[in-house]
Design a protein around this ligand. Structure first.
Ligand code: ZN
Length: 64
């Protein structure tokens, strides 16, 4: 699979494989049809590369 399969991928604007899209309880996630990267939906026709740490404690509130 080519790294340069889509110019959009270079701009972090991916397109999902529709049959691959699933709801993970927070947002729609899937894989890019061009570069096969894990992606998540940020809005209509707005898919960005998924952060591996998105479910981690990156944005976790500080415990009191
Ligand atoms: Zn892509």
């Amino acid at each position: 699979m080519s790294v340069f399969s889509s110019i959009g991928c270079l701009l972090n604007q991916h397109e999902p494989l529709r049959r691959d899209v699933t709801w993970d309880g927070r947002t729609y996630v899937g894989h890019c049809r061009h570069c096969n990267a894990p992606i998540e939906r940020h809005g209509r026709r707005n898919w960005r590369k998924r952060s591996v740490a998105s479910h981690g404690n990156h944005d976790a509130p500080t415990p009191i």
